[in-house]
Write a protein of this length. Sequence first.
Length: 350
Amino acid sequence: MRCDRLWTNARLATMRADLPGLGVVEVGAIGMRDGRIAFAGAAADAPDAADVIDCGGRWITPGLIDAHTHLVFAGDRIAEFELRQKGASYEEIARAGGGIASTVAATRAASEAALVQSALPRLDALIAEGVTTIEIKSGYGLTLTDEAKMLRAARALGDARPVTVRTTFLGAHALPGEFVGDADGYIALLCEQILPAIAAEGLADAVDAFCENIGFTPAQTERMFAAAAARGLPVKLHAEQLSNQHGAALAARGVPIALATDCNPGTSPLTSLLLTMNMGAVLFGLTTDECLLGVTRHAAQALGLSGSIGTIEAGKRCDLAIWDIERPSDLVGRMGLNPLHQRIWMGQTT
Ligand SMILES: [Zn+2]
């Protein structure tokens, strides 16, 4: 076997499920052919390659995956940030017409091109930290025209930058003003007209809903999920963002946890997956291994992409991040430092 390119003299954190911890290979090499990993293992066993890159003992992880974002939106909500700092609750701001409603108004008024332009700096910040796959949700349009516009903008971001974009239809994010008092009517519109049109155009890879006391009821959410299932689309759920009935904690006992920025203009204007890992460790008590797996193997699982990304092993896509660090936990324990040396997307240095 001869590879197109070989990265050698590297320390690998493969994240493989069949190896303990982070699946570390101390003196490792990765061979790439046609954009896929053809070899990953001990450097001594590496195949020949047309192009050999000495990594000088640097660490290589899978390209990072931000599995949950609302990256496409117009306007900003920093004024609300100031209000919250003075004691106003998210719910009070939402009920006073702020919150999601203000982003919906700005997003409806924006063109697809403007949405792409405003999202690019946020996407670039994530890419600069080694992100190679990102999920982007709709949910600030809430009409067929505006939801489709958001999803097209998300797809366009994937064309504009060397990154894989997975889109999620989040029409059931908030009740639009024109449906106040008629949430069932809006859900019917979503299920009978908007989702079928979005699915027919191939704009969504998954469907999400906001089940919360200012969002939709479990019964409405279930209706949305049935409509998604009828079109073969996998589902996700926003739950317990505001209230806490411990359901998520119960569901999470023993399941792998993915970490993501949840980048959005209101509650999480965050464009750093490295800082997200630090927050996972410091604020939620995750181990550094859990944080690193949460933005690689487990994030791939969250997107239903375990077969193609998230670990370094033969057959997977050659999405890699090469780091100037002494140990993988440097990526979690530090704040404000970006030690990315190089980022590889589909076998190409980007
Ligand atoms: Zn979210």
